[in-house]
Design a protein around this ligand. Structure first.
Ligand SMILES: Cc1ncc(C[n+]2csc(CCOP(=O)(O)OP(=O)(O)O)c2C)c(N)n1
Ligand SMILES: [Mg+2]
Length: 333
Protein backbone atom coordinates (compact mmCIF):
# COMPACT_ATOMS: atom_id res chain seq x y z
CA UNK A 1 0.00 0.00 0.00
CA UNK A 2 1.09 3.57 -0.72
CA UNK A 3 2.76 4.80 2.49
CA UNK A 4 0.70 6.82 4.92
CA UNK A 5 2.80 9.93 5.54
CA UNK A 6 2.51 13.44 6.94
CA UNK A 7 1.21 14.52 3.53
CA UNK A 8 -1.49 11.80 3.67
CA UNK A 9 -2.67 12.98 7.08
CA UNK A 10 -2.79 16.59 5.98
CA UNK A 11 -4.66 15.67 2.81
CA UNK A 12 -7.08 13.49 4.76
CA UNK A 13 -7.75 16.28 7.23
CA UNK A 14 -8.36 18.91 4.55
CA UNK A 15 -10.42 16.64 2.30
CA UNK A 16 -12.61 15.23 5.07
CA UNK A 17 -13.18 18.65 6.59
CA UNK A 18 -14.13 20.01 3.17
CA UNK A 19 -16.61 17.17 2.59
CA UNK A 20 -18.15 17.76 6.01
CA UNK A 21 -18.43 21.52 5.56
CA UNK A 22 -19.76 21.08 2.01
CA UNK A 23 -22.57 18.93 3.44
CA UNK A 24 -23.17 21.39 6.29
CA UNK A 25 -23.55 24.17 3.73
CA UNK A 26 -26.07 22.06 1.81
CA UNK A 27 -28.10 21.53 5.00
CA UNK A 28 -28.14 25.29 5.47
CA UNK A 29 -29.21 26.21 1.94
CA UNK A 30 -31.75 23.37 1.96
CA UNK A 31 -33.53 25.03 4.88
CA UNK A 32 -33.55 28.22 2.82
CA UNK A 33 -35.24 26.17 0.05
CA UNK A 34 -32.46 26.84 -2.41
CA UNK A 35 -31.90 23.09 -2.72
CA UNK A 36 -35.04 21.02 -3.00
CA UNK A 37 -36.16 17.41 -3.10
CA UNK A 38 -34.41 14.81 -0.98
CA UNK A 39 -31.04 15.53 0.62
CA UNK A 40 -28.97 12.76 2.24
CA UNK A 41 -25.75 13.86 3.90
CA UNK A 42 -22.51 11.93 4.48
CA UNK A 43 -21.43 13.47 7.82
CA UNK A 44 -19.62 10.89 9.95
CA UNK A 45 -18.81 8.48 7.10
CA UNK A 46 -15.89 10.45 5.61
CA UNK A 47 -13.14 8.00 6.63
CA UNK A 48 -14.54 5.54 4.09
CA UNK A 49 -13.98 7.84 1.14
CA UNK A 50 -10.61 9.07 2.44
CA UNK A 51 -9.34 5.50 2.90
CA UNK A 52 -10.70 4.35 -0.47
CA UNK A 53 -9.13 7.20 -2.44
CA UNK A 54 -5.75 6.42 -0.88
CA UNK A 55 -5.65 2.97 -2.46
CA UNK A 56 -7.65 3.36 -5.69
CA UNK A 57 -6.00 3.88 -9.05
CA UNK A 58 -7.76 7.12 -9.96
CA UNK A 59 -6.65 6.79 -13.58
CA UNK A 60 -8.90 3.80 -14.16
CA UNK A 61 -10.84 2.51 -11.13
CA UNK A 62 -14.57 3.18 -10.86
CA UNK A 63 -17.01 3.99 -8.11
CA UNK A 64 -20.76 3.63 -7.80
CA UNK A 65 -23.00 4.28 -4.80
CA UNK A 66 -26.54 5.11 -3.68
CA UNK A 67 -28.10 8.53 -3.05
CA UNK A 68 -25.70 9.67 -0.28
CA UNK A 69 -23.45 10.74 -3.10
CA UNK A 70 -22.31 14.37 -3.05
CA UNK A 71 -18.74 14.05 -1.83
CA UNK A 72 -17.57 10.85 -3.56
CA UNK A 73 -17.47 12.47 -7.03
CA UNK A 74 -15.56 15.40 -5.54
CA UNK A 75 -13.03 12.88 -4.22
CA UNK A 76 -12.82 11.33 -7.69
CA UNK A 77 -11.93 14.71 -9.19
CA UNK A 78 -15.23 16.36 -10.12
CA UNK A 79 -15.23 20.13 -9.55
CA UNK A 80 -17.16 20.69 -6.28
CA UNK A 81 -18.63 23.88 -7.70
CA UNK A 82 -20.40 21.80 -10.34
CA UNK A 83 -21.70 19.38 -7.69
CA UNK A 84 -23.12 22.26 -5.66
CA UNK A 85 -24.65 23.75 -8.83
CA UNK A 86 -26.28 20.40 -9.61
CA UNK A 87 -27.89 20.43 -6.19
CA UNK A 88 -29.21 23.93 -6.87
CA UNK A 89 -30.66 22.66 -10.16
CA UNK A 90 -28.49 25.04 -12.19
CA UNK A 91 -27.32 24.63 -15.79
CA UNK A 92 -23.65 24.49 -14.70
CA UNK A 93 -24.30 21.35 -12.63
CA UNK A 94 -22.84 17.92 -13.37
CA UNK A 95 -26.07 16.92 -15.18
CA UNK A 96 -27.11 20.40 -16.30
CA UNK A 97 -29.17 20.69 -13.13
CA UNK A 98 -31.54 17.92 -14.21
CA UNK A 99 -30.34 15.20 -11.84
CA UNK A 100 -30.20 16.83 -8.42
CA UNK A 101 -29.03 15.52 -5.09
CA UNK A 102 -29.43 11.78 -5.57
CA UNK A 103 -27.99 11.63 -9.07
CA UNK A 104 -24.51 13.05 -9.25
CA UNK A 105 -22.70 11.38 -12.14
CA UNK A 106 -19.49 11.87 -14.07
CA UNK A 107 -18.46 9.31 -16.64
CA UNK A 108 -15.31 11.33 -17.26
CA UNK A 109 -14.24 10.77 -13.64
CA UNK A 110 -15.56 7.20 -13.58
CA UNK A 111 -18.15 8.03 -10.94
CA UNK A 112 -21.29 6.17 -11.99
CA UNK A 113 -23.89 7.68 -9.63
CA UNK A 114 -25.99 8.45 -7.67
CA UNK A 115 -28.90 5.85 -7.42
CA UNK A 116 -32.19 6.32 -5.59
CA UNK A 117 -33.46 2.76 -5.73
CA UNK A 118 -32.09 1.01 -2.66
CA UNK A 119 -29.74 -1.72 -3.92
CA UNK A 120 -30.20 -0.65 -7.56
CA UNK A 121 -26.50 0.11 -7.91
CA UNK A 122 -25.36 -3.34 -6.73
CA UNK A 123 -25.85 -5.22 -10.04
CA UNK A 124 -24.76 -2.12 -11.96
CA UNK A 125 -21.45 -2.15 -10.05
CA UNK A 126 -20.91 -5.77 -11.02
CA UNK A 127 -21.79 -4.83 -14.61
CA UNK A 128 -19.13 -2.12 -14.67
CA UNK A 129 -16.63 -4.68 -13.40
CA UNK A 130 -17.79 -7.18 -16.02
CA UNK A 131 -17.05 -4.61 -18.75
CA UNK A 132 -13.58 -3.89 -17.32
CA UNK A 133 -12.78 -7.60 -17.26
CA UNK A 134 -14.19 -8.16 -20.77
CA UNK A 135 -12.19 -5.27 -22.25
CA UNK A 136 -9.09 -6.20 -20.17
CA UNK A 137 -8.78 -2.74 -18.59
CA UNK A 138 -7.25 -4.07 -15.37
CA UNK A 139 -9.54 -1.72 -13.43
CA UNK A 140 -11.53 -2.31 -10.25
CA UNK A 141 -15.01 -1.06 -9.32
CA UNK A 142 -15.87 -0.09 -5.76
CA UNK A 143 -19.58 -0.71 -5.27
CA UNK A 144 -20.92 1.01 -2.17
CA UNK A 145 -24.23 0.13 -0.55
CA UNK A 146 -25.95 0.66 2.77
CA UNK A 147 -26.84 -1.81 5.52
CA UNK A 148 -30.44 -1.51 4.33
CA UNK A 149 -29.46 -2.28 0.73
CA UNK A 150 -27.63 -5.38 1.98
CA UNK A 151 -31.09 -6.88 2.67
CA UNK A 152 -32.17 -6.55 -0.96
CA UNK A 153 -32.52 -9.60 -3.18
CA UNK A 154 -30.38 -8.00 -5.88
CA UNK A 155 -27.38 -8.31 -3.55
CA UNK A 156 -27.62 -12.09 -3.53
CA UNK A 157 -28.04 -12.45 -7.27
CA UNK A 158 -25.11 -10.12 -7.81
CA UNK A 159 -22.77 -11.76 -5.28
CA UNK A 160 -23.49 -15.14 -6.80
CA UNK A 161 -22.61 -14.11 -10.35
CA UNK A 162 -19.74 -11.80 -9.37
CA UNK A 163 -17.90 -14.61 -7.63
CA UNK A 164 -18.78 -17.14 -10.30
CA UNK A 165 -17.36 -14.82 -12.99
CA UNK A 166 -14.42 -13.63 -10.85
CA UNK A 167 -15.33 -9.99 -11.42
CA UNK A 168 -12.94 -7.20 -10.35
CA UNK A 169 -15.35 -5.60 -7.89
CA UNK A 170 -15.29 -4.78 -4.18
CA UNK A 171 -18.67 -4.67 -2.46
CA UNK A 172 -18.46 -2.15 0.39
CA UNK A 173 -21.41 -2.16 2.76
CA UNK A 174 -21.44 1.15 4.63
CA UNK A 175 -23.08 -0.02 7.81
CA UNK A 176 -24.10 3.25 9.46
CA UNK A 177 -26.48 1.49 11.84
CA UNK A 178 -29.75 2.47 10.18
CA UNK A 179 -31.83 2.21 7.04
CA UNK A 180 -33.96 5.34 7.39
CA UNK A 181 -35.26 4.79 10.95
CA UNK A 182 -34.80 1.01 11.00
CA UNK A 183 -31.80 -0.28 12.93
CA UNK A 184 -29.73 -3.15 11.60
CA UNK A 185 -30.90 -5.27 14.53
CA UNK A 186 -34.50 -4.96 13.34
CA UNK A 187 -33.75 -6.20 9.83
CA UNK A 188 -32.13 -9.57 10.44
CA UNK A 189 -31.14 -12.15 13.01
CA UNK A 190 -27.61 -11.98 11.63
CA UNK A 191 -25.97 -8.71 12.73
CA UNK A 192 -22.62 -9.39 11.06
CA UNK A 193 -23.48 -8.28 7.56
CA UNK A 194 -20.00 -9.20 6.28
CA UNK A 195 -20.78 -12.89 6.90
CA UNK A 196 -23.13 -12.84 3.90
CA UNK A 197 -19.99 -13.16 1.77
CA UNK A 198 -19.36 -16.61 3.23
CA UNK A 199 -22.52 -17.94 1.59
CA UNK A 200 -20.90 -17.27 -1.78
CA UNK A 201 -17.38 -18.34 -0.79
CA UNK A 202 -16.32 -14.73 -1.30
CA UNK A 203 -13.51 -13.25 0.83
CA UNK A 204 -15.21 -11.03 3.40
CA UNK A 205 -14.76 -9.23 6.69
CA UNK A 206 -15.60 -6.33 8.99
CA UNK A 207 -13.69 -3.02 9.00
CA UNK A 208 -13.49 -0.19 11.55
CA UNK A 209 -14.59 2.53 9.17
CA UNK A 210 -14.26 5.45 11.57
CA UNK A 211 -10.53 5.22 10.85
CA UNK A 212 -9.23 5.91 7.29
CA UNK A 213 -6.14 3.74 7.84
CA UNK A 214 -8.25 0.66 8.57
CA UNK A 215 -10.39 1.36 5.50
CA UNK A 216 -7.31 1.86 3.31
CA UNK A 217 -5.73 -1.40 4.52
CA UNK A 218 -8.84 -3.49 3.93
CA UNK A 219 -9.57 -1.95 0.55
CA UNK A 220 -5.95 -2.21 -0.56
CA UNK A 221 -6.04 -5.96 -0.02
CA UNK A 222 -9.41 -6.27 -1.78
CA UNK A 223 -8.41 -4.08 -4.73
CA UNK A 224 -5.15 -6.00 -5.20
CA UNK A 225 -7.07 -9.27 -5.19
CA UNK A 226 -9.51 -7.98 -7.80
CA UNK A 227 -6.74 -6.54 -9.99
CA UNK A 228 -4.82 -9.82 -9.92
CA UNK A 229 -7.88 -11.57 -11.32
CA UNK A 230 -8.80 -13.29 -8.07
CA UNK A 231 -12.33 -11.88 -7.97
CA UNK A 232 -14.56 -9.92 -5.63
CA UNK A 233 -14.46 -9.13 -1.90
CA UNK A 234 -17.34 -8.29 0.42
CA UNK A 235 -16.57 -5.83 3.21
CA UNK A 236 -18.71 -4.45 6.01
CA UNK A 237 -17.48 -0.94 6.78
CA UNK A 238 -18.71 -0.08 10.26
CA UNK A 239 -19.52 3.61 10.37
CA UNK A 240 -22.15 6.06 11.60
CA UNK A 241 -24.14 8.95 10.19
CA UNK A 242 -24.51 11.97 12.43
CA UNK A 243 -27.36 13.62 10.60
CA UNK A 244 -30.80 12.21 9.95
CA UNK A 245 -31.48 9.85 7.08
CA UNK A 246 -32.50 12.85 4.99
CA UNK A 247 -33.42 16.38 5.94
CA UNK A 248 -36.91 15.34 7.02
CA UNK A 249 -36.05 12.96 9.84
CA UNK A 250 -37.07 13.62 13.45
CA UNK A 251 -34.58 10.92 14.56
CA UNK A 252 -36.87 9.41 17.19
CA UNK A 253 -35.22 6.04 16.70
CA UNK A 254 -31.96 6.95 18.44
CA UNK A 255 -30.67 8.92 21.40
CA UNK A 256 -28.42 11.98 21.47
CA UNK A 257 -26.07 9.93 23.66
CA UNK A 258 -25.67 7.36 20.89
CA UNK A 259 -24.73 10.06 18.38
CA UNK A 260 -22.28 11.59 20.89
CA UNK A 261 -20.63 8.21 21.41
CA UNK A 262 -19.65 8.13 17.74
CA UNK A 263 -18.67 11.78 17.70
CA UNK A 264 -16.09 10.80 20.32
CA UNK A 265 -14.40 8.65 17.70
CA UNK A 266 -15.00 11.09 14.86
CA UNK A 267 -12.78 10.34 11.85
CA UNK A 268 -11.73 13.96 11.32
CA UNK A 269 -10.83 14.42 14.98
CA UNK A 270 -8.90 11.14 14.95
CA UNK A 271 -6.80 12.38 12.03
CA UNK A 272 -6.34 15.83 13.57
CA UNK A 273 -5.20 14.26 16.84
CA UNK A 274 -2.41 12.42 15.00
CA UNK A 275 -1.42 15.63 13.17
CA UNK A 276 -1.10 17.42 16.49
CA UNK A 277 0.58 14.57 18.32
CA UNK A 278 3.20 14.06 15.59
CA UNK A 279 3.53 17.82 15.05
CA UNK A 280 2.72 17.47 11.36
CA UNK A 281 1.29 21.01 11.44
CA UNK A 282 1.38 24.00 13.77
CA UNK A 283 -1.77 25.63 15.16
CA UNK A 284 -1.40 28.37 12.54
CA UNK A 285 -1.07 25.85 9.72
CA UNK A 286 -4.21 24.07 10.91
CA UNK A 287 -6.03 27.40 11.03
CA UNK A 288 -4.88 28.08 7.45
CA UNK A 289 -6.36 24.74 6.32
CA UNK A 290 -9.63 25.50 8.09
CA UNK A 291 -9.79 28.88 6.36
CA UNK A 292 -9.02 27.37 2.95
CA UNK A 293 -11.86 24.87 3.44
CA UNK A 294 -14.30 27.60 4.47
CA UNK A 295 -13.36 29.74 1.46
CA UNK A 296 -13.69 26.80 -0.92
CA UNK A 297 -17.20 26.04 0.34
CA UNK A 298 -18.19 29.71 -0.06
CA UNK A 299 -16.82 29.65 -3.60
CA UNK A 300 -19.03 26.65 -4.41
CA UNK A 301 -22.06 28.38 -2.95
CA UNK A 302 -21.38 31.58 -4.89
CA UNK A 303 -20.86 29.66 -8.14
CA UNK A 304 -24.18 27.84 -7.68
CA UNK A 305 -26.03 31.02 -6.71
CA UNK A 306 -24.65 32.96 -9.68
CA UNK A 307 -25.27 30.22 -12.26
CA UNK A 308 -28.23 30.29 -14.62
CA UNK A 309 -31.19 27.93 -14.59
CA UNK A 310 -31.25 25.41 -17.45
CA UNK A 311 -33.12 26.40 -20.60
CA UNK A 312 -36.60 24.88 -20.50
CA UNK A 313 -36.06 23.03 -23.76
CA UNK A 314 -33.12 21.06 -22.33
CA UNK A 315 -35.54 18.70 -20.60
CA UNK A 316 -36.86 17.58 -23.96
CA UNK A 317 -33.36 16.88 -25.27
CA UNK A 318 -32.38 14.45 -22.55
CA UNK A 319 -35.36 12.08 -22.55
CA UNK A 320 -36.33 9.38 -25.01
CA UNK A 321 -38.45 10.84 -27.72
CA UNK A 322 -40.53 8.96 -30.25
CA UNK A 323 -40.50 11.23 -33.26
CA UNK A 324 -43.83 10.02 -34.66
CA UNK A 325 -45.73 9.86 -31.36
CA UNK A 326 -49.19 10.89 -32.57
CA UNK A 327 -51.06 12.15 -29.51
CA UNK A 328 -49.00 14.91 -28.00
CA UNK A 329 -47.06 17.73 -29.55
CA UNK A 330 -44.81 17.75 -26.51
CA UNK A 331 -41.77 19.55 -27.81
CA UNK A 332 -42.21 23.28 -28.23
CA UNK A 333 -41.08 24.48 -31.66
C1 LIG B 1 -36.30 -0.26 -3.55
C2 LIG B 1 -36.47 0.83 -2.54
N1 LIG B 1 -37.14 0.59 -1.40
C3 LIG B 1 -37.30 1.56 -0.49
C4 LIG B 1 -36.80 2.82 -0.71
C5 LIG B 1 -36.95 3.90 0.35
N2 LIG B 1 -35.67 4.12 1.02
C6 LIG B 1 -34.86 5.13 0.64
S1 LIG B 1 -33.45 5.12 1.51
C7 LIG B 1 -33.88 3.77 2.40
C8 LIG B 1 -32.96 3.21 3.45
C9 LIG B 1 -31.71 2.59 2.95
O1 LIG B 1 -30.77 2.47 3.97
P1 LIG B 1 -29.27 2.03 3.79
O2 LIG B 1 -29.17 1.10 2.64
O3 LIG B 1 -28.77 1.57 5.09
O4 LIG B 1 -28.51 3.38 3.34
P2 LIG B 1 -28.24 4.72 4.17
O5 LIG B 1 -29.40 5.63 3.90
O6 LIG B 1 -28.09 4.37 5.59
O7 LIG B 1 -27.00 5.29 3.59
C10 LIG B 1 -35.13 3.33 2.01
C11 LIG B 1 -35.82 2.18 2.61
C12 LIG B 1 -36.11 3.04 -1.92
N3 LIG B 1 -35.57 4.22 -2.21
N4 LIG B 1 -35.94 2.04 -2.81
MG1 LIG C 1 -27.67 2.58 6.55
Amino acid sequence: MKKITKATYLKWYEDMLFWRKFEDKLAQVYIQQKVRGFLHLYNGQEAILAGALHVMDLEKDKMITAYRNHVQPIGMGVDPKRVMAELYGKATGTSQGLGGSMHIFSKEHRFYGGHGIVGGQIPLGAGLAFADKYFKRNAVTLTFLGDGAARQGSLHETLNMAVKWNLPVVFCVENNGYAMGTSVARTSKSLDIWRLGNAYEMPCGPVDAMNPIKVAEALDEAIKRARKGDGPTFLELKTYRYRGHSMSDAQKYRTKEEVAEYQNIDPITQVLDVIKEKKYASEDEIKAINKRVKDKVSECEKFAEDSDWPEKNVMYDVVYEQKDYPFLAHKPE
